[in-house]
Ligand binder design. Structure first.
Ligand code: HEC
Ligand code: HEC
Ligand code: HEC
Ligand code: HEC
Ligand code: HEC
Length: 232
């Protein structure tokens, strides 16, 4: 019997499978690449070596963010405080608390398990290495921590509140008016724009948009959108 199929036929299911595989993998990678950062990172809430509670220290004790994140308005990087900063208070407040045991190990020379090693906080927010970000450029231009980190002052455990995706950054760079606030309110996460506007009739503004436009002009703010601003 004559062979009605060309010799190459036997290979074609394999080729088909191969093509499908390439398309499939591309689809999966594409989905992973674009969808992951925007959806999965929000809500990331690792547990920490000490259950440090911002709602106690900011909300109740009333500490300013800069008491601990002391470089946030001076440098691109916002530091996590060293154990010294905690020890200022906790060498006499709740020193015996089991929650503070890792702090005593780091700081209390009289403690039997003292080792003097830094506390290993788990990082919550992390931009990819190919992104350049700068804290001081934002907080000294009326952009509050709240715009990018949410109401940390009310969090008992810090979690990621915003996507920090490229579109998140660009949405504000295109319309900073929606977000700008007076410099003295940047660290006040309870700030209420309508309250501020009501108390400052001399500015002649009646909405956040108008207040934002006023501040943008006053500080001649022009957030850049060129790729090299954030990718260098
Ligand atoms: C008493 C010290 C203290 C004060 C005051 C404080 N923080 Fe923190 N903050 C910490 C410590 C310690 C961590 C690391 C542990 C953690 O993530 O809970 C941290 C973590 C954070 C993180 C997450 C960092 C990461 O890993 O991505 C953000 C965001 C943050 N703080 C914002 C703020 C803001 C905004 C304020 C002011 C409203 C503030 N903090 C006030 C001590 C402080
Ligand atoms: C300005 C003083 C001050 C500083 C600085 C400070 N704390 Fe506190 N902390 C307090 C006070 C006040 C309380 C509430 C104590 C209470 O409930 O009676 C507290 C409570 C705590 C608790 C809960 C303790 C318990 O057993 O309920 C932990 C854990 C804690 N702090 C960790 C830290 C860490 C970690 C740092 C450094 C990043 C830090 N604190 C810095 C004042 C401070
Ligand atoms: C315009 C957005 C924006 C604003 C405003 C902002 N942050 Fe951040 N923050 C980020 C991004 C993005 C990261 C991750 C940076 C990285 O990976 O290098 C971050 C990281 C951090 C970290 C973790 C740094 C580390 O190395 O563990 C802390 C702490 C922090 N921010 C605190 C603050 C505080 C406090 C304020 C207000 C005073 C603030 N941020 C304002 C976007 C912002
Ligand atoms: C809520 C508003 C807002 C968000 C969100 C925001 N930015 Fe900005 N950004 C600004 C403003 C306002 C400036 C200051 C522009 C000026 O001074 O003309 C700025 C400036 C910058 C600069 C310039 C700093 C310099 O050294 O010149 C960089 C880089 C930057 N932003 C990166 C980012 C990245 C990356 C993100 C996202 C993770 C981001 N921004 C999110 C408002 C925002
Ligand atoms: C205001 C800051 C900012 C500017 C301007 C910016 N990017 Fe990005 N870009 C980011 C951030 C932040 C990410 C990381 C996104 C993430 O982790 O989800 C990113 C990610 C990317 C990625 C990786 C794919 C993705 O979407 O996650 C590419 C490609 C990219 N940028 C290209 C560009 C190009 C091309 C330009 C100029 C037209 C540009 N970016 C301008 C902040 C910026």
């Amino acid at each position: 019997m004559a062979n009605i199929f060309p010799r190459s036929f036997n290979l074609s299911p394999l080729k088909g499978l191969f093509c499908f595989g390439v398309v499939g993998i591309t689809l999966i990678l594409g989905f992973w690449y674009y969808a992951t950062p925007k959806t999965l990172r929000v809500g990331y809430q690792p547990s920490q070596p000490i259950p440090f509670d911002h709602s106690i220290h900011v909300g109740q004790v009333g500490l300013d963010c800069r008491y601990c994140h002391s470089f946030v308005d001076e440098s691109s990087h916002s530091n996590i405080p060293s154990a010294n900063t905690c020890w200022n208070c906790h060498s006499h407040i709740k020193k015996e608390s089991p929650k503070l045991e890792p702090l005593r190990r780091a700081m209390d020379k009289d403690y039997e398990f003292y080792d003097g090693k830094a506390i290993e906080w788990v990082r919550v927010h992390k931009s990819p290495d190919y992104v350049y970000f700068n804290h001081s450029a934002h907080v000294n231009r009326g952009v509050s921590c709240k715009s990018c980190h949410g109401n940390v002052d009310e969090m008992d455990v810090v979690y990621q509140a915003e996507t920090h995706s490229m579109s998140f950054c660009l949405d504000c760079h295109r319309n900073p008016e929606d977000h700008l606030r007076p410099l003295e309110e940047v660290y006040n996460l309870d700030y209420d724009a309508s309250e501020f506007i009501k108390n400052h009739p001399e500015l002649g503004v009646s909405t956040q948009q108008e207040l934002g436009a006023f501040l943008k002009k006053k500080w001649s703010i022009h957030p850049k959108e060129s790729c090299s601003t954030c990718h260098r």
